[in-house]
Design a binder for this molecule. Structure first.
Ligand SMILES: C[S@@+](CC[C@H](N)C(=O)[O-])C[C@H]1O[C@@H](n2cnc3c(N)ncnc32)[C@H](O)[C@@H]1O
Length: 373
């Protein structure tokens, strides 16, 4: 068995930032957990978000599986794992725009103020074509890239995003955004989507890590039978939603629209963990840990990062300990360590002046999974 630690360059790490995602962990967290893992290991993240764990596995030459029930998350994760060149991404975009694909163009104040009409037409054609067929690596990478440039701040020089002024991390709600643009007399400018894709593809895909086998599932980790996927995992690195954090879908509504959702804010997605009581939340997590253990080799290591938000009184440590003790498998909690305070800068909220409250301590739970009972 070969143990390997690959050196990754900063250029190779760029791709990890292709699109922001709420409460993603820094790449250094999974890289540290996976350094020194045997080269034939399979890595699992059952709440993969934008695929930080999977990307760390790729950097280290390890095979991985990611699961997340939010299609925005899995599209970003896939785009970071496919093996493509910048030219292939650009070609995928050029081919779509060269065809006169019929596309539904949303109407209303939000849409006419968010995008220039010509940019919106191009965007809708890209959306329609990618919804119709997103099988090739070039298209998967293009989809992740567009999710990353869909909205963001307006710079002085060449545009970096397709939209009018917006935060990059989350999409402002339509009414709020319309009021903001109107008050500040901000009209959208024409952004040439192909030119922007070309520039961004050169930035993100110029130097990518060697491709490794991977799979990403847009599924509910409580119910997807992980044991039937055909892999035995020896390392799990993950971070479930914090109890009370329900904003993954509404805060990403514009990206969710690009993935086929409605042209307005979506609030509910039943395949997300539900946030009723702390006890119910711990039970759902326990079901996921039981499921994970059934797909792991005996002795597999699991690291879970978990924190909390202010709206909920329940202590994150108690919730996770309940969840681990409630799992129907043999596991040993090795240690629980503080990971420090969740940083304030996670959302680029400056443009829309959102107030952020004091961060809460995050904890890392180190667990050894023995076997399902
Ligand atoms: C804290 S985020 C993970 C972020 C990830 N570590 C990263 O770096 O991008 C938690 C994720 O759990 C996902 N999630 C919530 N309920 C889920 C479920 N039932 N099954 C799978 N994923 C779920 C959310 O969509 C969200 O992406």
């Amino acid at each position: 068995m070969v143990f390997r630690v690959r050196e990754s360059s900063l250029e190779q790490e760029r791709l990890n930032a292709i699109c922001p995602y709420f409460t993603m962990f820094p790449l250094s967290v999974p890289v540290k957990q996976l350094a020194g893992v045997a080269s034939d290991a399979w890595v699992l993240d059952p709440f993969c978000g934008r695929g930080s764990t999977n990307y760390a596995a790729r950097l280290l030459g390890l095979r991985s599986v990611g699961v997340d029930s939010n299609p925005v998350a899995t599209a970003i994760a896939e785009g970071k794992l496919v093996n493509v060149s910048a030219d292939e991404v650009e070609t995928a975009c050029a081919e779509i725009l060269a065809c006169d694909t019929a596309a539904t163009i949303p109407e209303g104040d939000f849409w006419s103020l968010c995008y220039h009409p010509k940019t919106l037409t191009e965007l809708c054609r890209l959306r329609s074509a990618l919804l119709n067929d997103c099988r090739s690596p070039g298209r998967k990478a293009l989809r992740a890239l567009i999710l990353g440039i869909l909205h963001g701040p307006r710079n002085k020089g060449a545009p970096g995003y397709l939209s009018n002024q917006m935060p990059r991390t989350y999409a402002a709600k339509p009414d709020y955004a319309v009021r903001f643009w109107t008050k500040n007399i901000l009209s959208p400018i024409y952004v040439d989507s192909l030119e922007l894709v070309r520039r961004k593809a050169r930035h993100y895909f110029a130097s990518t890590p060697v491709g490794v086998p991977f799979r990403v599932y847009c599924e509910d980790s409580r119910t997807l039978k992980l044991a039937t996927l055909g892999n035995r995992f020896s390392v799990v690195v993950t971070s479930p939603p914090y109890f009370g954090m329900r904003t993954y879908v509404p805060d990403q509504w514009l990206r969710y629209w690009f993935m086929g959702g409605p042209p307005t804010t979506t609030y509910r997605q039943p395949s997300q963990l539900s946030h009723g009581s702390a006890m119910d939340f711990a039970e759902q997590l326990a079901a996921v840990w039981t499921n994970v253990a059934g797909a792991c080799t005996p002795g597999a290591r699991m690291m879970i990062r978990f924190g909390g938000i202010h709206d909920r009184r329940a202590r994150p440590k108690d919730i996770m300990l309940d969840a681990l003790h409630g799992a129907r498998c043999k596991l040993r909690i090795l240690t629980v360590r503080s990971a420090g305070l969740s940083s304030r800068g996670k959302r680029q909220a400056d443009q829309f002046k959102r107030t952020l409250r004091t961060p809460i301590e995050e904890l890392d739970f180190y667990v050894r999974l023995e076997e399902p009972s």
